[in-house]
Write a protein that binds this ligand. Structure first.
Ligand SMILES: O=C(O)c1ccccc1NCC(=O)[C@H](O)[C@H](O)COP(=O)(O)O
Length: 230
C-alpha cells in the first residue's frame, strides 16, 4: 500500500515552510484569495517556494480567479499544481490550467446529502474537461470558501473513489488515524488543525500530524501483512 501523502495548506511564513518540510510533508499550499487571513501575494509565495526543496509540491490555491490573475501569479511563484477552491466550472478550470500548463485539483464541498453518484459524476465531468485534471479534494461545505476546520461525514465517500481523493476538512492530530484508517485516501490536507492562529502554523502540531498519518499507514501495512500471511 502506498503511503498517505500529506499536504499542509495556508502557509505564509518561511519558518512554517521549513517546519512542514522537516516534518516530511509532501505538498505545501499557498492561498491566493485576498479575503483569506492566509492570503499571500505572488512575490511572497515566490520567496516561500524558493525555500522548498525539490520533490515537495507547491500548490497554488485560487477562488474564482481569472486566467489573467493566475497567469500573473505563475510568472512570479513557480507552483507545480493548482487547487481550484471556488465555483469554477470544469471549462474554467481547464482553460486556466492550460494557460499556465499545470495540473489541477478541484475541490468538492461535501454536504450532508451528497451522494456517491454526485461525487463520481463531478469527478467524471472535470476529468473529461481536461487532461490536466489531477484529483478531487473533498472539503466540508460551509457558507464560506474554505479552511474552516469542519469535518464532514467520511462515510459519504464511495470506496472506489477514496484511493484517488485528497481528504480535507477539519483534520487534526486527534482524527488523523481514524481518517486514514477509515477512508484510505490518496492524501490528506490540513490547514487550521496545525495553526496557532489563522495563517500562523505551529511546528509541533505539523510534526504530530505527519507522524500520526505515518503511524496510521504503518498500522494498516502491518495488519495487511498479518492478513496475507494467515
Ligand atoms: O485557507 C483559507 O483561508 C481558504 C480560503 C478560501 C478557500 C480555501 C481555503 N483553504 C482551504 C484549505 O486550507 C485546505 O485545502 C482545506 O480545506 C483544509 O482546511 P482545514 O479544514 O482548515 O484543515
Amino acid at each position: 500500500m502506498p503511503r498517505t501523502r500529506v499536504k499542509i495548506c495556508g502557509l505564509t511564513r518561511e519558518e512554517d515552510v521549513r517546519a512542514a518540510v522537516q516534518a516530511g510533508a509532501d505538498a505545501l499550499g499557498f492561498v491566493f484569495y485576498p479575503p483569506s487571513p492566509r492570503h499571500v501575494t505572488a512575490a511572497q509565495a515566490g520567496a516561500l517556494i524558493a525555500a522548498m526543496p525539490p520533490f515537495v509540491t507547491a500548490v497554488a490555491l485560487f477562488v474564482n480567479a481569472t486566467v489573467e490573475e493566475v497567469v500573473a501569479v505563475a510568472k512570479v511563484a513557480p507552483f507545480t499544481l493548482l487547487q481550484f477552491h471556488g465555483d469554477e466550472s470544469a471549462a474554467e478550470c481547464a482553460a486556466i490550467a492550460a494557460a499556465v500548463g499545470r495540473p489541477f485539483m478541484r475541490v468538492f464541498r461535501m454536504r450532508a446529502d451528497t451522494s456517491a453518484a454526485d461525487l463520481l459524476e463531478y469527478e467524471h465531468q472535470y476529468r473529461a474537461a481536461s487532461p490536466l485534471f489531477s484529483s478531487l479534494l473533498l472539503d466540508t461545505y460551509v457558507d464560506a470558501y474554505g479552511g474552516a476546520g469542519k469535518v464532514f461525514d467520511w462515510s459519504l465517500i464511495p470506496k472506489e473513489l477514496a484511493p484517488r481523493v485528497v481528504l480535507s476538512g477539519g483534520l487534526s492530530v486527534s482524527n488523523a488515524t481514524d481518517a486514514v484508517a477509515s477512508v484510505r485516501p490518496y492524501a490528506v490536507d490540513i490547514s487550521s488543525g496545525v495553526e496557532q492562529q489563522k495563517g500562523i502554523k505551529d511546528a509541533r502540531k505539523i510534526a504530530d500530524f505527519v507522524n500520526a498519518v505515518r503511524a496510521a499507514d504503518a498500522t494498516i501495512e502491518s495488519d495487511n501483512s498479518h492478513e496475507s500471511s494467515s
